[in-house]
Design a protein around this ligand. Sequence first.
Ligand SMILES: [Zn+2]
Length: 414
Amino acid sequence: MEDRMHRISGRSQLLLVEKSAGMFSTVLCNGYGVEKQLPAATPAKDLIAATEVDYQEYRKGIKHLREEHPLFEDRIDISVADFEDFVAEALLLPSMLQKIDPVSFFVLGELLHQSLQTEDDSSASFLLNAAAELLYILEEPIRVQTCLRNVFEMTFDGMERAKQRERFEKLCRVYPDIGGLCDPAALPDVEPGHRTFAVNSIFGLRLLELALYFQQDNQWIARCDYCWGWFIPKTKKVTRYCDRVTDGYPCKQRGARFKRNLVEEQDGALKICNQLRDRMYARLLRWQDAAPSERDGLIPMDYDQYDAWSENARLARIEYLKGKLTAEEFLRRIDMTQALTSYEADKAELVEETDWQHFVAGRYSFDPEMHYPEVMQILDLRVPEPKWELHTADDLRREDQKGHQSLRERYGKS
Ligand SMILES: [Zn+2]
């Protein structure tokens, strides 16, 4: 897997130098020596920062180059002048990262330079392949971040009470390839304090930091219930909220208020019934919208299955409302796919992973930016007067995260 990630070669490399126990500085070395030394941070802190780099504008730059550049226009001749213009534009793109992500800026400079050393035969296919290669290299920081975000999602979400070892074991279960590459037991046996590590790719750097993170026990990575950002709790006690200010209020303050809504709302079998229905309906939409060849990662749900589920739930609901079924019996009846942990109404929670978690667990390269179309038109047949509605990529993601999402997204709008 790591082979698919690009490596810098020659004398260039990335060093991770331990300045004091547990504090590492990333050092960018080109063929002549040290180019830049970044401020020291703990692996946990540096990893969190890496998941948060905003590549939106940079992504747009790459997309523009890929979709608008005349080099890729459909025609018989490919002009060398177009290729040269393409290269000039490609070489400019990394400058967008210089401030926000100096590591990627440095690595891209090296990789693009390396790639352009290939012997040029000026044939059309050579030029197109060379251009495609440059685009692939430019996307490297995005691929690494996507993978790292997915690793976080699978390793640190809902693991507040776990030990470091258990977090690492969870990662190994979900993504065995990645777990194997950041095993703390595989690190050289050197006394912490003055260690130096060398790697030659951005991905390698993140894997090394993950290994060093799992090796220590002073800092844990946790998810804020309110904003869903990653943070390092100050103590080992379970800490639900980070110190960020989101939408003008500290996460702690807003979070505590919304948490009360959540408790009241989750109390009750009808609420669970609604959640289950939403889940089944979302599945139906996705199954219907996907071409047969795209259905591999999906849970099957056709109209017949959906109808059977809702008719059963409708009848059970009537009986429950009439008092003929207890809450427990009601939940047992509607839970045709065994999605509930318990049939006590105030304890039942959906344990089945959300569609979002299902996608992330399926592929560490799952990239929401590519997965969701910018806008999709959906006809909601659950409402009395169905109308076509536009759903943005954000709406679609939220729909997939329903049942397990930040308090902010759950209640933020109301
Ligand atoms: Zn927060």
